[in-house]
Design a protein around this ligand. Sequence first.
Ligand SMILES: NC(=O)c1ccc[n+]([C@@H]2O[C@H](COP(=O)([O-])OP(=O)(O)OC[C@H]3O[C@@H](n4cnc5c(N)ncnc54)[C@H](O)[C@@H]3O)[C@@H](O)[C@H]2O)c1
Length: 369
Amino acid sequence: MKISKIKFKNNSADYAILIGSGAIKLLKKQIYTICPNTKKIAIIFDRKIPLKLKNKIKNQLANYKLYIYQFEVSEKLKSFKNVYRLNEDLLKKNFNRNDTIIAVGGGVIGDFTGFVASILKRGINFINLPSTLLSQVDASVGGKTGINSREGKNLIGTFYQPKLVLSDTDFLKSLPEREIICGFAEILKHSLIFDKKFFFWIEKNIKKIIIDKDPSAINFAISKSCKIKISFVIDDEKEKGKRAILNFGHTFAHGIEATTNFSNKINHGEAVLVGMFLATKISKLKKLCSSSTLNKIENLYKKNNLPSSLKKYSLNNKINKITGYMRQDKKNTDSKISLILLKNIGKTTKPGTIKMSTKKINSLIRKVI
Ligand SMILES: NC(=O)c1ccc[n+]([C@@H]2O[C@H](COP(=O)([O-])OP(=O)(O)OC[C@H]3O[C@@H](n4cnc5c(N)ncnc54)[C@H](O)[C@@H]3O)[C@@H](O)[C@H]2O)c1
């Protein structure tokens, strides 16, 4: 199977994202080249990674002093307590800047491990092996690390780029369908905000991604998504400008998830799908996009039974709560809520040009649901 290579290169980082079935086989050689002075390696595994893949990774690294950590994954892992414990343990083992920490898991493991790597001795080598579709198309790209606070998700963190990302699509074989949908939401977002042709490709290939987990279709979708995400973050790592376009649908999703207290009732990807649909309907209502744009997107949702409605999650009577949480999003800098809306498939409004009060958004949501 072909391994695709994408480069992330700007003033602060220069690393490769290698994508494809069997990509983890390249780990040993890659470490040898990019972290030649490494003697100790800590691997932070999501416990759910299949044993066979864990062994494939460990066996390659037999020449290093290897320390294995395994975690039960939930948002609770992303806490100061766990960061402190892992830091203390690695310091006790004398990890220094030449040594390497490898994350093997989804966005939770990646965010947590990246944060630890970024603060340990002010930054040690970090390699990410994302194991969920969401982390392969989104969380592993862009250098955001983070943990949660009592005040909200991802409120504490750093910008810290990895030395390497290996997105092995074999990880996805054991991933539940609900998690595949979660990653698909971000793939769809990338097409909607940037690439009409990619949207048409998705229309034709969606079943190959969600149902068949077809390696070649998935490889293409991941590569395309990474390229699009990189194009938004490469010159705006710290989210001062166009990176905000990646928030399309996410401001609504944040309000929706917070209203359910980030419970399993609706997961992040489902909330993003509902959020993007709401954003598109509001775009149409505000005459920013045409009926034909809305129809194309609505057809894709309907044909493939993608979550689109607040009603399905009994959230249609909680709109005030949703917009209240949207207002608290850390990306808002004044009392109004910044939104990214859709002008066409592949084109959004510019960041900072659409700002609305919670009252206005309340009334718009009520009109479109
Ligand atoms: N840093 C960023 O830019 C960024 C972007 C988006 C999301 N995130 C963060 O990512 C997290 C969500 O990431 P996620 O969707 O990958 O979820 P996750 O890490 O919680 O993983 C989802 C579930 O899949 C399981 N899992 C992981 N890999 C598996 C595999 N190969 N086989 C079977 N099960 C597996 C996990 O144990 C978990 O139960 C959130 O904390 C979010 O804040 C970060």
